[in-house]
Design a binder for this molecule. Structure first.
Ligand SMILES: [Zn+2]
Ligand SMILES: [Zn+2]
Length: 329
């Protein structure tokens, strides 16, 4: 990390929206990143299992010049067009409390789920998903040990519609914050079961009461724990199982690969104890009525408040009615 002056045209930083109190992350160096997202219109049928042009496929060269190994399981590499850079000075600046910004150092890595260019979580075996979880555990342990890192964010953008710049199945890791509220919430949901989609011994998948996106879901641990490295062997297998079942139901809903942004919310990597935290994942899929008709966040949503038509209870019913056997099988 450098000790220089924060340069808003060069360093990754956050800017404060003084009207809402929200922060926006600005990554000025990131404008040249390659886009391999919208090459295929209908991914499922057309995507090959190996793409010589893909910078994530085994043996191929990346933008940095590095060559990928001939990996056979999962593969982790530094994001060559990282939104966060480790050398941003962590200083805060303010001009009359109106222009408020802070340097935001961090590390971005890419996790390839599989050497196969054409696979998705929904079409991977539970044991293969389990290996992706193991890699995420190792990565969060390693990154969380860095002193300047306060949070490790694990997420996946799936499908060009969600901004995935490459169809190769991959997730990313970006790092950067009472009572067990989600535990109380989950207990109530399990009593009512109107919004629960599926569950196993250790996890439940449900449409949250306050869902904004039509088929938004959460996967919540039935045990109170904050970090993924606290998961037992059995719990890791359970998480893989619930992810497989939920993503299969998604794909079956419109008989098409279902785009989404998915991420885990784990406790902060600040070295403190967090008994209030409960490990969970969010899925934010954009689709509304079919594989091509999506919900837009425009007009009223941008200016006033998010709005939906299909109720969360109805959405849960649709997903419950969707098969756990993938339509392509
Ligand atoms: Zn690939
Ligand atoms: Zn969350």
């Amino acid at each position: 990390m450098t000790d220089g002056v924060l340069d808003l045209q060069r360093h990754t930083h956050r800017r404060l929206n003084i009207l809402t109190g929200d922060w926006v992350l600005v990554s000025p160096h990131r404008t040249n990143r390659p886009w391999q997202g919208q090459i295929e219109q209908r991914p499922a049928d057309a995507v090959p299992s190996f793409d010589p042009e893909c910078y994530m496929c085994p043996g191929n060269r990346r933008a940095s010049g590095a060559r990928n190994p001939a990996y056979t399981g999962t593969f982790v590499f530094p994001n060559d067009f990282a939104a966060l850079q480790p050398d941003a000075p962590p200083h805060r600046m303010s001009i009359d409390d109106l222009f408020v910004a802070a340097g935001e150092p961090g590390i971005c890595r890419v996790v390839c789920f599989s050497p196969r260019h054409d696979l998705t979580l929904s079409r991977m075996a539970v044991e293969e998903i389990r290996r992706v979880i193991d890699v995420c555990v190792e990565q969060s342990r390693e990154l969380g040990r860095h002193e300047e890192i306060q949070y490790v964010q694990i997420f996946e953008n799936r499908g060009a519609m969600m901004g995935a710049s490459n169809p190769h199945p991959h997730g990313q890791i970006w790092d950067r914050l009472g009572r067990d509220l989600l535990g109380d919430y989950l207990a109530l949901e399990q009593r009512q079961s109107a919004r629960v989609i599926c569950r196993n011994a250790h996890f439940a998948a449900l449409v949250p009461f306050w869902a904004v996106w039509p088929f938004e879901t959460m996967v919540i641990s039935t045990r109170q724990l904050g970090a993924i490295d606290e998961l037992s062997t059995e719990e890791r297998a359970s998480l893989a199982d619930v992810l497989k079942r939920l993503t299969t139901r998604y794909d079956n809903l419109f008989q098409s690969p279902f785009p989404y942004s998915m991420g885990l919310h784990v406790q902060p990597a600040d070295g403190e104890l967090h008994p209030e935290w409960r490990l969970h994942a969010h899925f934010y899929p954009p689709l509304l009525r079919s594989a091509s008709i999506r919900k837009f966040m425009v007009g009223y949503e941008l200016l006033a408040t998010p709005q939906r038509d299909i109720t969360p209870e109805r959405a849960a019913e649709r997903l419950r009615g969707s098969s756990e056997r993938h339509y392509s099988e």
